[in-house]
Design a protein around this ligand. Structure first.
Ligand SMILES: Cc1ncnc2c1ncn2[C@@H]1O[C@H](/C=C/CNC(=O)c2cc(-c3ccc(F)cc3)cc(O)c2O)C[C@H]1O
Ligand SMILES: [Mg+2]
Length: 214
């Protein structure tokens, strides 16, 4: 029977990456998606910007919205200090099944908790159910029209610490105009745009980094 794109991405990881080596998993996915078939991973170019923000924030707790196949999940977790944790939310069970195997291949199960469900439902439960106090970094890469409502929800639930960072993918392509307008005009955020390109293409895209001022 016909395989799915996420299944083929997992296959590329299992064939070309070394078990327990997260950077080889990232490299295998990028090589596959650049040479065989495009997929909506943050990719290698924007991934380097992601790496620099993660390294600068050096977070203890990270929230990722939209796991997909786990590319950015693995990329972020590979840079975290020993006891740091990353919670990633994914509501499509078919993607979650693949992402769990990609995360396992990278050997990062201890750092990553993949929770299945919609961010709107799960965010209000993160404190009580997962003992989260506040996040140091949130990576937004799910449905683009959910960026703003989920940011407001994260604020309402007191889940972003003062100085905490929101990093949003795709603010140009496909775009998240309401989110961008909000974080750039709100006095509670200090925003910065990192110009780049849509993964594996020459189309303009970028990441928006917004520091929560409390
Ligand atoms: C609300 C909610 N809760 C939990 N998981 C959620 C969720 N909304 C989506 N998700 C999950 O995140 C993933 C969705 C990500 C959405 N990302 C995209 O739609 C996306 C699209 C493009 C793109 C650009 C140009 C083109 F021509 C075509 C596509 C590029 C990207 O980097 C993207 O992230 C998978 C989905 O199941
Ligand atoms: Mg994206």
């Amino acid at each position: 029977t016909q395989s799915t794109r996420p299944q083929r991405i997992l296959g590329a990881v299992q064939q070309n990456a070394t078990r327990g080596d997260p950077r080889s998993v990232v490299r295998a996915i990028d090589q596959y998606c650049r040479s065989q078939e495009w997929a909506m991973n943050v990719g290698d170019e924007k991934g380097c910007i992601l790496d620099s923000v993660v390294s600068e924030v050096n977070p203890s707790t990270v929230l990722e919205l939209g796991t997909y196949c786990g590319y950015s999940t693995v990329r972020i977790a590979s840079l975290l200090p020993p006891h740091a944790k990353l919670i990633t939310l994914e509501f499509n069970p078919k993607f979650a099944v693949i992402a769990r195997q990609v995360i396992a291949w990278a050997g990062l199960e201890d750092k990553i908790q993949l929770v299945e469900g919609s961010s709107g439902d799960l965010i209000p439960k993160l404190k009580e159910q997962f003992g989260v106090k506040a996040f140091d970094l949130v990576f937004l890469d799910h449905w683009k029209d959910r960026y703003l409502p989920d940011t407001k929800l994260i604020e309402e639930c007191g889940l972003l610490r003062k100085g905490g960072v929101l990093l949003a993918d795709n603010v140009i392509c496909p775009g998240a105009p309401e989110y961008l307008e909000f974080v750039r005009s709100s006095p509670r955020y200090e925003s910065q745009y990192f110009k780049s390109h849509l993964e594996y293409t020459k189309v303009e895209d970028g990441l928006e980094k917004s520091v929560f001022l409390g």
